[in-house]
Design a protein around this ligand. Structure first.
Ligand code: NAD
Length: 473
């Protein structure tokens, strides 16, 4: 843990496991209630001076942290693969994506413009000023264990807020490595703090109820997000919520089904399907079913599962036994209700895979709305294919979910694509694009997928208060 510029290690420890091998790769302290109190006090005290720094000073520190991240890219990626399981190439991509937020907000820090507003009264002036929200409590998940940290901390720090980070209990080592980078970059003591905990509810409650914390930023599952949002609302805290997803992908009759299958195979199995924007329901026009299924199945069969440190591995383990059981339950339920397994459909236990949490990349055809996989977020390497007949039907089916994070469209007709883009109730829509994300673009969802946006111009607004000055001259 990193509290008030000091490393805190002398506590009861909990282990960190490599999900590909089951080996313990480290241990971290389980915070006490006094540690939570110390971290809040440190962030609150540091806020007094930090908010007075110029945007140029804050920008310089973020830029230095960016440089350090880029210099240590490989080291961070190796740690991520060992702790989280994704293939090394995917970890390298994530470290780059994570670093992008530091650079982007080093630049945006200098653009937190205010306004002057004309008044109807001749002797009155209005000035609008942006000031930092205050102390921020940040809770991050394990699936993107570095970029979810920088996507929150970079805008918070750029805005002039101080932060207490609580990373996921499965991936605290990545958080520790990021703390080392922030410390080396020269952020003053107390500006960034990190506490690790095995049972996170205590920290969540403190973040939502302590009056010194002014904002909660959370990325994780919808049920936990709703619970924390309720608690934060009772205490009138600002919140940002990046929650679960259930992304539809639509292959329109005017798309090339083989090209669509190629793209969707790449995005579906990214991070073993453990991504909030992973396509969870693939709607294919009935005229395209045969070529689409055939291409997707052949690409899925070619994926090699294994330890992400090994050459040629395209799919890593799931994070733990519980995640594996959820995927297996959804597949079994779909098959019992009439779905067909085109490939995969079982746990992988051969050789070294037996020690980890591996599930075969799976294509399911004949999926219908009666199946759990149609209704629930999967968070695993399963591609469920649903046939449809008309554009109106598919838009209604795609929108028929409580989630609203990401959606994907394949079409070679600009009118179809724009109609679908406008009709879909999702915050991020990839149009013939499997990677509609960037530090420069607003990321976030509608409905039960959350509140607020991260990255882009909007990202820093989440950490700013608007202050109005009305004056008579
Ligand atoms: P999770 O909700 O179990 O955990 C997320 C974080 O919340 C972890 O740090 C965990 O320790 C903490 N947490 C859990 N219970 C808590 C409590 N009672 N009080 C305080 N903190 C608590 O989710 P997960 O399984 O780690 O992550 C996967 C979920 O995250 C998926 O639903 C996924 O879609 C979502 N996600 C969303 C985005 C996004 O940007 N929208 C990005 C990544 C992941």
């Amino acid at each position: 843990m990193f509290i008030n510029g000091e490393w805190v290690t002398n506590r009861q420890q909990f282990p960190v496991t490599n999900p590909a091998t089951g080996e313990t790769i480290g241990e971290v302290p389980d915070c006490t209630d006094e540690d939570i109190e110390s971290a809040i006090t440190a962030a609150d005290t540091a806020f007094g001076d930090w908010k007075k720094t110029t945007t140029y000073q804050r920008s310089q520190l973020l830029y230095r942290a960016w440089e350090l991240m880029i210099r240590r890219k490989r080291e961070l990626a190796v740690l991520m693969t060992r702790e989280q399981g994704k293939p090394l190439k995917a970890s390298l991509n994530e470290v780059q994506y994570g670093a992008d937020f530091l650079l982007w907000f080093a630049e945006e820090a200098k653009r937190t413009y205010g306004q002057t507003i004309p008044s109807s009264r001749e002797n009155q002036r209005f000035i609008v000023h942006k000031s930092p929200v205050g102390v921020v409590g940040a809770i991050t998940p394990w699936n993107y264990p570095i970029s979810m940290i920088t996507r929150k901390l970079a805008p918070a720090l750029a805005a002039g807020c101080t932060v207490i980070l609580k990373p996921a209990e499965s991936t605290p080592l990545c958080a520790k490595a990021m703390m080392e980078i922030f410390a080396e970059a020269g952020f003053p003591a107390g500006v960034i703090n990190c506490i690790t905990v095995q049972n996170p509810a205590r920290v969540g409650t403190a973040f939502c109820t302590d009056p010194r914390i002014r904002k909660l930023t959370f990325t994780g599952s919808t049920p936990v997000g709703k619970e924390l949002n309720g608690l934060a609302a009772a205490n009138m805290k600002r919140v940002s919520m990046e929650l679960g997803g259930h992304a539809p992908a639509i292959v329109f009759p005017d798309a090339d089904p083989v090209h669509a299958a190629k793209g969707l195979s790449l995005v579906k199995y990214l991070n073993t399907g453990q991504a909030c924007i992973s396509p969870n329901r693939i709607f294919v026009h009935e005229g395209h079913l045969e070529p689409f299924i055939s291409e997707l199945t052949s690409r899925t069969k070619r994926l090699k599962a294994g330890n992400g440190m090994n050459e040629g591995v395209g799919i890593g383990p799931l994070i733990n036994e519980l995640a594996l059981q959820k995927v297996d339950r959804q597949v079994k339920d779909a098959v019992a209700r009439g779905a067909k397994i085109e490939t995969g459909g079982q746990r992988l236990t051969e050789g070294e895979l037996g020690a980890g949490f591996f599930y075969a990349p799976t294509v399911l055809s004949g999926v219908t709305e009666a199946m759990a996989i149609y209704q629930e977020e999967t968070f695993g390497p399963v591609a469920p294919i649903i046939a449809y007949k008309s554009e109106d039907d598919v838009i209604a089916m795609a929108n028929d979910t409580d989630y609203g994070l990401a959606a994907y469209i394949y079409s070679n007709n600009i009118s179809t694509a724009i109609r679908a883009f406008e009709a879909l109730d999702f915050g991020i829509i990839g149009i013939n694009d499997i990677n509609p994300t960037s530090a420069a673009a607003p990321f976030g969802g509608m409905k039960n997928s959350g509140l607020g946006r991260e990255g882009a111009q909007e990202g820093i607004e989440e950490y700013l208060e608007t202050k109005l000055g009305g004056l008579v001259i």
